[in-house]
Design a protein around this ligand. Structure first.
Ligand SMILES: CC(C)(COP(=O)(O)OP(=O)(O)OC[C@H]1O[C@@H](n2cnc3c(N)ncnc32)[C@H](O)[C@@H]1OP(=O)(O)O)[C@@H](O)C(=O)NCCC(=O)NCCS
Length: 166
Protein backbone atom coordinates (compact mmCIF):
# COMPACT_ATOMS: atom_id res chain seq x y z
CA UNK A 1 0.00 0.00 0.00
CA UNK A 2 1.29 3.46 -0.87
CA UNK A 3 0.93 6.09 1.78
CA UNK A 4 0.55 9.75 0.96
CA UNK A 5 0.67 12.99 2.85
CA UNK A 6 -0.93 16.37 2.44
CA UNK A 7 1.17 19.52 2.58
CA UNK A 8 0.88 23.13 1.52
CA UNK A 9 1.41 23.86 -2.18
CA UNK A 10 4.31 26.16 -3.09
CA UNK A 11 5.53 27.70 -6.35
CA UNK A 12 8.07 24.84 -6.62
CA UNK A 13 5.14 22.45 -7.13
CA UNK A 14 3.76 24.37 -10.12
CA UNK A 15 5.34 22.26 -12.92
CA UNK A 16 3.92 19.01 -11.48
CA UNK A 17 0.57 20.58 -10.61
CA UNK A 18 0.20 22.10 -14.08
CA UNK A 19 0.93 18.74 -15.74
CA UNK A 20 -1.80 17.19 -13.62
CA UNK A 21 -4.15 20.14 -14.23
CA UNK A 22 -3.96 19.53 -18.00
CA UNK A 23 -4.62 15.80 -17.55
CA UNK A 24 -7.60 16.42 -15.25
CA UNK A 25 -9.22 19.39 -16.98
CA UNK A 26 -8.18 19.21 -20.65
CA UNK A 27 -10.99 21.56 -21.75
CA UNK A 28 -10.43 24.37 -19.31
CA UNK A 29 -7.10 23.90 -17.57
CA UNK A 30 -5.85 26.84 -15.54
CA UNK A 31 -2.79 28.62 -16.84
CA UNK A 32 0.44 28.96 -14.90
CA UNK A 33 -0.37 32.66 -14.34
CA UNK A 34 -3.73 31.81 -12.80
CA UNK A 35 -2.20 29.29 -10.44
CA UNK A 36 0.64 31.65 -9.53
CA UNK A 37 -1.95 34.31 -8.77
CA UNK A 38 -3.80 31.91 -6.48
CA UNK A 39 -0.59 31.00 -4.62
CA UNK A 40 0.30 34.70 -4.30
CA UNK A 41 -2.90 35.13 -2.25
CA UNK A 42 -1.77 32.54 0.30
CA UNK A 43 -2.34 32.67 3.17
CA UNK A 44 -4.49 35.84 3.00
CA UNK A 45 -7.51 34.44 1.15
CA UNK A 46 -6.28 31.13 -0.26
CA UNK A 47 -5.24 27.68 0.99
CA UNK A 48 -3.75 25.22 -1.51
CA UNK A 49 -2.55 21.72 -0.70
CA UNK A 50 -0.98 18.84 -2.59
CA UNK A 51 -1.22 15.10 -1.92
CA UNK A 52 2.20 13.50 -2.27
CA UNK A 53 3.20 9.82 -2.26
CA UNK A 54 6.07 8.60 -0.10
CA UNK A 55 8.08 8.73 -3.35
CA UNK A 56 7.39 12.49 -3.38
CA UNK A 57 5.17 12.30 -6.42
CA UNK A 58 2.24 14.74 -6.51
CA UNK A 59 -0.94 12.77 -7.21
CA UNK A 60 -3.59 15.30 -6.21
CA UNK A 61 -4.20 18.88 -5.18
CA UNK A 62 -6.94 21.17 -4.01
CA UNK A 63 -7.48 24.82 -3.23
CA UNK A 64 -9.83 26.92 -1.14
CA UNK A 65 -10.66 30.60 -1.28
CA UNK A 66 -12.06 32.17 1.87
CA UNK A 67 -13.17 35.73 2.52
CA UNK A 68 -15.94 37.50 4.40
CA UNK A 69 -17.43 34.40 5.99
CA UNK A 70 -17.76 32.51 2.70
CA UNK A 71 -15.40 29.89 1.34
CA UNK A 72 -15.23 28.32 -2.13
CA UNK A 73 -13.61 25.14 -3.35
CA UNK A 74 -11.52 26.54 -6.19
CA UNK A 75 -10.30 23.21 -7.48
CA UNK A 76 -9.78 19.58 -6.47
CA UNK A 77 -8.34 16.71 -8.45
CA UNK A 78 -6.65 13.33 -8.12
CA UNK A 79 -4.59 11.55 -10.78
CA UNK A 80 -6.73 8.94 -12.54
CA UNK A 81 -4.62 5.95 -11.46
CA UNK A 82 -4.91 6.98 -7.78
CA UNK A 83 -8.64 7.51 -7.55
CA UNK A 84 -10.83 5.55 -5.19
CA UNK A 85 -8.18 5.47 -2.45
CA UNK A 86 -9.58 8.26 -0.32
CA UNK A 87 -7.22 11.00 -1.54
CA UNK A 88 -10.10 13.16 -2.80
CA UNK A 89 -11.87 12.77 0.54
CA UNK A 90 -8.67 13.68 2.41
CA UNK A 91 -8.17 16.79 0.27
CA UNK A 92 -11.76 17.89 0.74
CA UNK A 93 -11.56 17.28 4.49
CA UNK A 94 -8.49 19.52 4.63
CA UNK A 95 -10.32 22.31 2.75
CA UNK A 96 -13.34 22.05 5.06
CA UNK A 97 -11.10 22.08 8.14
CA UNK A 98 -9.37 25.19 6.83
CA UNK A 99 -12.72 26.88 6.19
CA UNK A 100 -13.67 26.15 9.82
CA UNK A 101 -10.30 27.48 11.04
CA UNK A 102 -11.07 30.67 9.11
CA UNK A 103 -14.55 30.87 10.65
CA UNK A 104 -16.35 30.55 7.30
CA UNK A 105 -20.07 30.00 7.62
CA UNK A 106 -20.47 28.00 4.41
CA UNK A 107 -18.43 26.47 1.59
CA UNK A 108 -19.60 26.70 -2.02
CA UNK A 109 -18.46 24.92 -5.16
CA UNK A 110 -19.42 24.38 -8.77
CA UNK A 111 -19.41 20.98 -10.40
CA UNK A 112 -20.19 19.82 -13.92
CA UNK A 113 -23.60 18.20 -14.08
CA UNK A 114 -22.03 15.18 -15.82
CA UNK A 115 -19.29 14.67 -13.19
CA UNK A 116 -20.84 11.84 -11.20
CA UNK A 117 -17.70 10.91 -9.23
CA UNK A 118 -17.23 14.46 -7.94
CA UNK A 119 -20.93 14.94 -7.18
CA UNK A 120 -21.00 11.72 -5.16
CA UNK A 121 -17.96 12.87 -3.20
CA UNK A 122 -19.57 16.23 -2.42
CA UNK A 123 -22.88 14.66 -1.43
CA UNK A 124 -21.03 12.31 0.90
CA UNK A 125 -19.59 15.47 2.51
CA UNK A 126 -23.10 16.90 2.96
CA UNK A 127 -22.91 19.48 0.18
CA UNK A 128 -26.38 20.35 -1.06
CA UNK A 129 -27.43 21.58 -4.45
CA UNK A 130 -28.45 25.25 -4.28
CA UNK A 131 -28.52 26.30 -7.91
CA UNK A 132 -27.54 25.69 -11.49
CA UNK A 133 -25.66 27.77 -14.07
CA UNK A 134 -27.10 26.72 -17.38
CA UNK A 135 -24.60 25.74 -20.09
CA UNK A 136 -21.77 27.15 -18.00
CA UNK A 137 -19.08 24.83 -19.37
CA UNK A 138 -18.24 25.54 -22.97
CA UNK A 139 -17.66 24.26 -25.59
CA UNK A 140 -19.14 21.08 -24.11
CA UNK A 141 -22.36 22.96 -23.24
CA UNK A 142 -22.75 21.35 -19.82
CA UNK A 143 -24.53 22.92 -16.80
CA UNK A 144 -22.69 23.80 -13.60
CA UNK A 145 -24.37 22.65 -10.40
CA UNK A 146 -23.77 25.03 -7.49
CA UNK A 147 -23.47 23.26 -4.14
CA UNK A 148 -23.19 24.52 -0.58
CA UNK A 149 -22.11 22.94 2.68
CA UNK A 150 -22.96 24.86 5.80
CA UNK A 151 -20.39 24.81 8.57
CA UNK A 152 -21.38 24.72 12.17
CA UNK A 153 -18.97 26.76 14.17
CA UNK A 154 -18.23 24.63 17.19
CA UNK A 155 -17.78 26.78 20.25
CA UNK A 156 -15.31 24.99 22.44
CA UNK A 157 -15.69 25.01 26.19
CA UNK A 158 -12.92 26.89 28.01
CA UNK A 159 -9.95 24.75 29.01
CA UNK A 160 -10.55 23.15 32.40
CA UNK A 161 -14.33 23.26 32.08
CA UNK A 162 -16.11 19.99 32.72
CA UNK A 163 -19.75 19.13 32.89
CA UNK A 164 -21.27 16.59 35.25
CA UNK A 165 -23.16 13.84 33.45
CA UNK A 166 -26.53 13.18 35.06
C1 LIG B 1 -13.60 13.79 -7.79
C2 LIG B 1 -12.24 13.22 -7.45
C3 LIG B 1 -11.34 14.35 -6.91
C4 LIG B 1 -12.39 12.15 -6.34
O1 LIG B 1 -11.09 11.71 -5.95
P1 LIG B 1 -10.82 10.27 -5.30
O2 LIG B 1 -9.44 10.29 -4.76
O3 LIG B 1 -11.18 9.19 -6.24
O4 LIG B 1 -11.89 10.31 -4.11
P2 LIG B 1 -12.17 9.18 -3.03
O5 LIG B 1 -11.26 8.01 -3.21
O6 LIG B 1 -12.13 9.86 -1.71
O7 LIG B 1 -13.69 8.78 -3.35
C5 LIG B 1 -14.09 8.37 -4.67
C6 LIG B 1 -15.30 7.47 -4.74
O8 LIG B 1 -15.15 6.57 -5.85
C7 LIG B 1 -15.03 5.20 -5.40
N1 LIG B 1 -14.02 4.49 -6.21
C8 LIG B 1 -13.54 3.27 -5.94
N2 LIG B 1 -12.65 2.91 -6.87
C9 LIG B 1 -12.55 3.91 -7.75
C10 LIG B 1 -11.76 4.12 -8.92
N3 LIG B 1 -10.92 3.19 -9.38
N4 LIG B 1 -11.88 5.27 -9.56
C11 LIG B 1 -12.73 6.23 -9.12
N5 LIG B 1 -13.49 6.07 -8.02
C12 LIG B 1 -13.42 4.93 -7.32
C13 LIG B 1 -14.64 5.39 -3.97
O9 LIG B 1 -14.95 4.27 -3.19
C14 LIG B 1 -15.47 6.61 -3.57
O10 LIG B 1 -16.81 6.22 -3.37
P3 LIG B 1 -18.15 7.09 -3.48
O11 LIG B 1 -18.73 6.79 -4.83
O12 LIG B 1 -19.05 6.63 -2.39
O13 LIG B 1 -17.81 8.56 -3.32
C15 LIG B 1 -11.60 12.52 -8.68
O14 LIG B 1 -12.53 11.67 -9.27
C16 LIG B 1 -11.05 13.47 -9.75
O15 LIG B 1 -9.94 14.00 -9.62
N6 LIG B 1 -11.81 13.67 -10.84
C17 LIG B 1 -11.33 14.50 -11.97
C18 LIG B 1 -11.21 15.96 -11.58
C19 LIG B 1 -12.53 16.50 -11.10
O16 LIG B 1 -13.56 16.21 -11.68
N7 LIG B 1 -12.51 17.30 -10.03
C20 LIG B 1 -13.71 17.88 -9.44
C21 LIG B 1 -14.08 19.12 -10.15
S1 LIG B 1 -15.55 19.84 -9.47
Amino acid sequence: MTTFLLRGMTADDLPAVLRLEHELFPEDAWSEEMLRGELADQPRTRHYVVAETDGREIVGYAGLSAAGGQADVQTIGVRADRRGAGIGAALLTELLDEAVRRASEAVFLEVRADNDAARRLYERFRFERVGVRKRYYQPSDVDAIVMRRELSIVRRAPVGFSREQS
